[in-house]
Write a protein that binds this ligand. Structure first.
Ligand code: FNR
Length: 183
């Protein structure tokens, strides 16, 4: 199984990117998680969305197309998910209802420095993913509140309870992706 992890933060030292990196270490045998960022993508414009798309867009589309599922990690910005992640989803969402995201199984994680842990960002992201026809794993949401207390000075996920919850969420995701694929 090939999973794709997309971080919605461009920040060096991002907790959300670190969350994806921690998730790579949790993959069981036979499951590979590859990470990509959103930083190279141009702002979406229909004028650029032609037969000769920018290189970074082609890379994103290819990565989503050949994955069995996508794991989004998003920061919460002003009660929503990040603009760069929305931009990436807009690129990957065309042609409408027939895009690489249509029918693609998705999971969402979020980390923020507040007590809410990105829950509001996840709610908005879920709504957008309904427009792209991307089913979201039916599991309790995974959030990391007070992220500054859960990662160590090297940006490694250090909190044992968060690690356990993350492992459970990812196991649920993999199980569900397998089930959807009839495995
Ligand atoms: C934030 N932050 C934030 N946190 C939160 O829980 N709810 C929010 O609405 C916001 N809004 C917000 C807006 C902007 C513009 C910034 C820069 C930050 C804090 C945010 O969760 C924190 O900076 C995280 O560390 C961002 O994620 P990364 O970059 O560490 O992955």
């Amino acid at each position: 199984m090939k999973l794709l992890g997309i971080s919605g933060s461009l920040r060096k030292g991002s907790y959300n990117t670190a969350l994806l990196e921690a998730t790579v270490g949790l993959m069981p045998e036979g499951v590979e998680l590859t990470l990509i960022g959103c930083g190279e993508l141009p702002h979406y414009s229909k004028d650029l969305d032609t037969d000769s798309k920018p290189e970074a867009v082609l890379h994103l589309l290819q990565a989503v197309r050949y994955s069995d599922g996508v794991l989004f990690a998003t920061p919460e910005y002003n009660y929503s998910f990040s603009g760069v992640l929305k931009n990436a989803i807009d690129w990957a969402s065309r042609p409408a209802y027939k895009s690489v995201l249509a029918g693609k199984p998705v999971a969402i994680v979020s980390a923020s420095q507040s007590h809410v842990g990105g829950a509001r960002a996840q709610a908005h992201l879920q709504q957008v993913l309904s427009a792209t026809l991307s089913p979201v794993v039916p599991a309790p949401p995974f959030v990391v509140p007070m992220a500054q207390e859960k990662f160590d000075g090297n940006g490694l996920l250090a909190d044992e309870d968060t690690k356990r919850r993350l492992a459970r969420y990812i196991a649920d995701f993999i199980h569900w992706v397998n089930r959807l694929a009839g495995r």
